[in-house]
Design a protein. Structure first.
Length: 250
């Protein structure tokens, strides 16, 4: 409940500007703390005697560990979803100028690997050393149990800020799209209030779905949502040549 309140306040009173400032702050915190934690996890994996049997070479050290088809499908859904997601487009359009938008997109792309690889290493270590810990809690448990107090505390603060800003940013994008593009147009004076109510409804609905599926994996929802966005955007209309060609072929 506290998280929902923080997300609502973050989105209501800050909008995309607060999401941008929060994004830069959380980027610096997470990049530094996870880089330190990733180095620690890498050395810990090497020291584990059971790592060779639990972390098999093909499954854990290969890009195709889950299968070529599944990996390519996930990659394709990620690319399509990134291209047609309202939140990413809105963040770019909300920049002060085109140069700021370009720099922000480039910096966001550059931090993916320095943040992603430490998380993967930490997940591998926790899987080998603590298989009883759920994947959702692997990172927090590692930070609080195996890292110095200052590093773990700052990292948890960065993760909390990331959760708040990410949920608020996505909810704001969805709420803006529903309020301005789907619902009937109202008076300009009531647009802000209507958008806030829609954003609040989106947050509450997402919370209900999360509680009902608390044992599921986050990545599964990410890939599914990206595939759904791309499927609707790229689905050919009945008047398009692509649709007529598919109909003739079938």
């Amino acid at each position: 409940m506290l998280l929902l309140v923080l997300v609502a306040l973050y989105g209501f009173f800050g909008g995309m500007k607060s999401a941008g400032m929060g994004g830069m702050l959380k980027m610096a915190i997470i990049w530094l703390t996870l880089f330190i934690s990733g180095i620690s996890a890498f050395h810990s994996v090497q020291m584990l005697p059971e790592s060779g049997t639990v972390l098999t070479d093909f499954h854990w050290y290969s890009l195709w560990g889950e299968g070529v088809g599944i990996t390519l499908a996930n990659l394709f859904s990620l690319i399509v979803g990134m291209i047609c997601t309202q939140t990413y487009i809105q963040a770019i359009f909300s920049a002060q100028d085109p140069q700021t938008a370009s720099i922000g997109a480039l910096v966001a792309a550059l931090i993916v690997i320095p943040v992603g690889l430490p998380c993967v290493t930490i997940g591998m270590y926790m899987h080998a050393a603590h298989p009883e810990v759920s994947p959702l809690l692997a990172l927090p448990v590692f930070l609080l149990k195996y890292q110095p107090l200052i590093v773990g505390s700052v990292a948890m603060g960065g993760i909390l800020l990331s959760l708040i800003s990410s949920i608020a940013g996505l909810s704001l994008g969805i709420g803006t799209m529903i309020s301005r593009d789907i619902l009937p147009h109202a008076k300009e004076s009531g647009t802000l209030l209507r958008t806030r109510m829609v954003v609040l409804a989106v947050i509450l609905l997402a919370a209900i779905v999360a509680v009902m599926n608390k044992d599921s994996q986050v990545l599964l929802w990410n890939y599914m949502s990206m595939a759904l966005r791309g499927g609707r955007l790229y689905y050919p209309s009945r008047r398009s040549r692509t649709f007529r060609a598919i109909k003739m072929f079938c």
